[in-house]
Write a protein that binds this ligand. Structure first.
Ligand code: SAH
Ligand code: SF4
Ligand code: F3S
Length: 439
C-alpha cells in the first residue's frame, strides 16, 4: 500500500482539514505513516497567521530537497492557508522548485484527481479555489481521536480585523446547514465520540448566511438534545457578536462546557478601533461581568496581541489593567506579526522588536500569577476529567481535561483513555492541576 505523511501547522481548522485530507487519501488506497522515508506523499498543511509559521514550513521544505533528490518519485505537496495567498504561493514555488502539488483549503475533495494528474504528468500541479461555497460537504474525516472530534459549523471569516490574514486565506464566511451539522454530530456519537468542539472563526455570527432564522444558541440547544453526547465546546467567539442568548445557553444546557474563549486582543480602546474589533474595552468588561455573575464556575480564556502598530506604553498598561480586572484563566499571547496584504501592515509606527519583547514578558508576568491563583481555588474539589493520553514524561501518569478545559495529571492506566473520570485535585501549578482519581 502507498503511504502518506501530513505535517500540520495552525489552528483547529487546519487540524480538522488534515483529518479530511487523510480520509480522502484513505479512499484512494493510501495509509498513514510517521516516517518520511516510507512516505509516497508528503503534505504540509500550512498556517499563515504569523510570519514565524511561514518561516518554519519554508525551512522544513528546504530540508526535504535531499530526500526528493534520492527519491524523485515522492510527491511533495503543500496546502492550507498559506497557499490561498498568491504572493506566498509564488514565493514558495520560486524558491522551492521541488514542490509537486499545491492546493488550498476549499478543494480537498479534488485531491485524488490532482494526485493522478501529478503522477501522470510529473508536472507541478496547482489548484486553488477561493469560493467557500465550493467546499464539498460529502467528504468525511479520518478522526485522530475516537472520543473527541472537531466539527466545522462555518467556513471563512468576514470580520477583517486589520492585523489578520485569515479573511484573505479562508475566504467569505459561510454557515453550514444545521441539519448537516446535527447529522455529523449524531454520526460521531454513534462511533463513540463524547466531546465535540464546534469550529468557526466567529461562531457567534453563525446563521447569518442561512436562508432560515437560526442562531448559534439554537444550534447548541439542538446538539445538547443528542443522546450520548457528553460535552460541547466551541471556538472562537467574537466579543462583538457575543449575546445574552449565548449566556443563557450556558445556564440552560447541561452539556455545554463551562469554558469561554473570548479573544480581547487589547485593553485599549484606541488599539481596538485600529484593529477594527468593533467593541470597546467597557463593552468587553461588561460582557465578562455578566457571564461571571450568571455562570459562576466558568473559565475564561483569551488571545492578546502585543505591539500592534502605534501601541504606546499607556495602551499596553490598559491591557495589563484589563488582564487584572478580568482575571483570565489562561491567555494565548502573540507578538504582533506584519502580514502583507492586511491593513495594519501599512500602518505607521510599527513597534520595535525590543519593546514588543519587553512588553510580552511583562504581560506573562501579570497573567501567570492570576492563572495560578485561580487554579488554587480548585484545590480539594472533585473534577470530571475526560482522559486524553498517557503523560509524555511518566507512563503511569494520565492527562485529561476538565469541563473548564484545564489540563489535569493523575495516576492511572492507558485503559482510561476516552473515559470521563472523577479526580480530586490535590496540587496545582500555573498551567496544570494534579490529583487522585476517585472513581
Ligand atoms: N478567529 C479567531 C482567531 C483566529 S487567529 C478570533 O477572532 O478569535 C488566532 C489569534 O492569532 C488571534 O486571536 C490573534 O490574537 C492572533 N493573530 C492573528 N493575526 C495576528 C498577527 N498578525 N500577529 C500576531 N497575532 C495575530
Ligand atoms: Fe482574524 Fe478577526 Fe476573523 Fe478572527 S475574527 S479570523 S482575528 S479577521
Ligand atoms: Fe492559521 Fe489558517 Fe488557522 S492562517 S490560524 S491555519 S485559519
Amino acid at each position: 500500500m502507498k503511504k502518506y505523511l501530513i505535517n500540520t501547522s495552525g489552528c483547529q481548522a487546519n487540524e480538522l482539514d488534515s483529518e479530511k485530507i487523510s480520509w480522502v487519501l484513505d479512499t484512494i488506497g493510501y495509509e498513514p505513516t510517521e516516517d518520511k522515508e516510507q512516505a509516497d506523499i508528503i503534505l504540509f498543511n500550512t498556517c499563515a497567521v504569523r510570519k514565524s509559521a511561514e518561516d518554519k514550513v519554508f525551512g522544513q521544505l528546504g530540508e526535504l530537497k535531499e530526500l526528493k533528490r534520492r527519491k524523485p518519485n515522492v510527491v511533495l505537496g503543500i496546502c492550507g492557508c498559506m497557499m490561498q495567498r498568491e504572493d506566498i504561493r509564488e514565493f514558495f514555488l520560486s524558491k522551492h522548485k521541488h514542490i509537486d502539488l499545491v492546493f488550498g483549503t476549499n478543494n480537498i475533495h479534488k485531491l485524488p484527481q490532482l494526485i493522478s494528474r501529478q503522477l501522470e504528468t510529473g508536472q507541478t500541479i496547482i489548484d486553488i479555489v477561493e469560493d467557500t461555497r465550493e467546499i464539498d460537504e460529502s467528504i468525511d474525516a479520518h478522526r485522530k481521536y475516537s472520543y473527541k472530534a472537531y466539527v466545522d459549523i462555518m467556513y471563512g471569516c468576514d470580520n477583517y480585523c486589520t492585523y489578520c490574514i485569515v479573511p484573505y486565506t479562508r475566504g467569505r464566511e459561510r454557515s453550514r446547514e444545521p441539519k448537516v451539522i446535527l447529522d455529523e454530530v449524531k454520526k460521531l456519537v454513534q462511533s463513540g465520540v463524547k466531546e465535540v468542539t464546534l469550529l468557526g472563526q466567529n461562531v457567534n455570527s453563525y446563521g447569518r448566511t442561512l436562508s432560515v432564522d437560526y442562531s448559534f444558541p439554537d444550534l447548541l440547544r439542538e446538539i445538547n438534545e443528542i443522546d450520548g453526547i457528553q460535552r460541547i465546546r466551541f471556538m472562537t467567539s467574537h466579543p462583538k457578536d457575543f449575546t445574552h442568548e449565548l449566556i443563557k445557553a450556558y445556564m440552560d444546557l447541561d452539556k455545554l462546557s463551562p469554558h469561554l474563549h473570548l479573544p480581547v486582543q487589547s485593553g485599549s480602546n484606541r488599539m481596538l478601533k485600529l484593529m477594527n474589533r468593533k467593541y470597546t474595552r467597557d463593552e468587553y468588561l461588561e460582557k465578562i461581568k455578566t457571564i461571571k455573575n450568571l455562570v459562576p464556575n466558568i473559565a475564561i480564556t483569551t488571545d492578546i496581541i502585543v505591539g500592534f502598530p502605534g501601541e504606546t506604553e499607556q495602551d499596553f498598561q490598559e491591557t495589563l489593567d484589563l488582564v487584572k480586572e478580568v482575571e483570565f484563566d489562561l491567555a494565548y499571547t502573540f507578538l504582533y506579526s506584519i502580514r502583507e496584504g492586511t491593513t495594519a501592515a501599512k500602518m505607521e509606527k510599527q513597534v520595535p522588536d525590543k519593546i514588543k519583547h519587553e512588553r510580552f514578558q511583562r504581560l506573562l508576568d501579570t497573567l501567570n500569577p492570576i492563572g495560578l491563583k485561580l487554579n488554587q481555588k480548585l484545590l480539594g474539589t472533585v473534577q470530571k476529567v475526560l482522559v486524553e493520553a498517557v503523560s509524555k514524561n511518566d507512563n503511569e501518569v494520565m492527562s485529561g481535561r476538565t469541563g473548564s478545559a484545564k489540563l489535569v495529571h493523575f495516576k492511572g492506566g492507558e485503559e482510561l483513555i476516552g473515559k470521563i473520570v472523577s479526580v480530586r485535585i490535590d496540587n496545582v501549578k500555573t498551567f496544570t492541576l494534579e490529583g487522585i482519581m476517585i472513581d
